[in-house]
Design a protein around this ligand. Structure first.
Ligand SMILES: [Mg+2]
Length: 101
């Protein structure tokens, strides 16, 4: 995570440019998934699961870079990442709890 913070601070991209980059990477991930799952019209692109993994990590890196961009310090970035990951994963987990019928 140190590397993500340092690279973000060394890269002059604006917040808007990073957000657009995330959309670009999400599109690349979608394209790879459509190809791998042989969705009509997309199978010919011949992507592999390795491509899906690579694009998922590209999207994750850009997303983390967005968080770093709006953080005032490395400590702030790491603390917010930890806090929000815990909070959001707990919310996700709650939704997966078995429901009474
Ligand atoms: Mg990519």
């Amino acid at each position: 995570m140190d590397k993500i913070y340092d690279l973000t601070k060394a890269d002059p991209k604006s917040l808007q440019e990073r957000a657009l980059k995330l959309s670009e990477e999400a599109g690349e991930l979608a394209q790879a998934v459509l190809s791998v799952t042989k969705a009509p019209g997309s199978a010919y692109k011949n992507h592999s699961l390795a491509d899906v993994r690579e694009e998922a990590v590209d999207a994750a890196i850009v997303s983390l870079s967005l968080l770093a961009h709006v953080s005032d310090s490395r400590e702030d970035f790491e603390a917010e990442l930890d806090r929000l990951m815990t909070l959001k994963c707990a919310k996700w987990s709650e939704k997966l709890e078995p429901r009474e019928s």
